[in-house]
Write a protein that binds this ligand. Sequence first.
Ligand code: GDP
Length: 447
Amino acid sequence: MPDTVDTIYALSSGAGKAGIAVVRVSGPLAGVAVQVSCGRLPGARRAERLSVKISQGTVKLDEAIVLWFPGPNSFTGEDVVELHVHGSVAVIEKLTTALYGFGLRQAEAGEFTRRAFENGKIDLTEAEGLADLIDAETESQHKQAVRQMDGGLRVIYEGWKQHLLNALAQIEGEIDFPDEEDVPDNLSNKALPYLNLVLEGTEQILKTAEAGEAIRHGLDIVIIGRPNSGKSTILNAILKRDAAIVSSIAGTTRDIISVNIVLSGIPVRLSDTAGIRNTSNEIEVEGIDRALKLSKEADIVIHVIDITDNKTIENIDKRISKDDIIVYNKNDTSKSMDIPKRNEHSNEIRISALKDHDIDRLKEMLEKIISHKYNIGNEPTLTRVRHKNCVSDVFLSTTRAINCLNKSPELAGDDIRSALYALEELAGASDIESVFDLIFSRFCIGK
Ligand code: GDP
């Protein structure tokens, strides 16, 4: 933190006309600015109705509810004031101009949260949770973000930190006061249980990383199959509206059409792709390449097979992974091919997209797969690659420490210190400006 801290202000509620607007001020001049414009400060952490005046108290601007949070017991840890004025563009404009006139400056995006972090009010994982909460659009995103914002991850890694420190104390005790006879035994007896707890904890939570990130970013579900198998009709039937062009002319969908939906509380990007077939048409070839690439990267692939088309009796098994779905479409027709028996894990369903038969069952099947694969339960999850990398480092360093505990206590001590360093990085204690900039700049102004 710089020695002299600026006092910052920003409109913390949404821009534009509204019933109420909240202007937040944080920094050493916050109290003075409000005393001058409102005549006095309200009681600490109490809401009071005050008249706001500008132009040296000569012009009444508005009636406001004012809240005064003297530091360090505030969101940022500094003196903070919230002015709840009427959400008028003119009021906000005049109020912020007056604050600027007091020598305050407009906050940058995420600057309030950054100050909270820099003043030790929250750690980096909690700041990230707060960012996720603001961005949350679905139930599972909301649940995950609140848990992280409330310090769910912090509580866990602070537990690991304590275990690592306990293990280190045992090792250092043995190094400083070696008793030649029983050093190895003592170390494994005393330090190992702590290290094992860290190992178990990190291993457990690393399993949540895929689900945690999927919930934050959303899932990719791709519909793939031969031309005319009914992919676009299926997409439209799932959406109950026409998003993709349905045509009996093969090769109509040449680019990817993606729509956003929510399944099992998780945001999903559902994509219709170009039909896969041998063709010399350049544009269609490009579409097919894109379709295949997208399906490789997808979380779940819906393979569509037209049961009236004998050419689809091809071996697609090798492309199907556990959570994919095989959809046998056009079940309303009498022409029907023999459906090969597949392994018991595959999810298969017969539908008629055209007649809207069993589309709901297809959706239920998708929801079941999603909630099973991305079931986050009530435990905290790792939601970012950054978390995963730090926790993996803790896991690996702890494993190394266990492996050399008896052979070389000094090296085990070094490994434990590496694990502690990785934990500090997770909390944001190490000064990595670029990481901070990336995280805080994604907040809106006023947060
Ligand atoms: P895509 O090329 O795989 O996207 O296939 P489309 O969705 O464009 O459908 C190709 C043709 O098959 C269109 O004429 C659709 O009306 C028809 N079709 C799609 N689904 C069904 C179905 O369930 N039953 C029948 N009988 N025809 C269908």
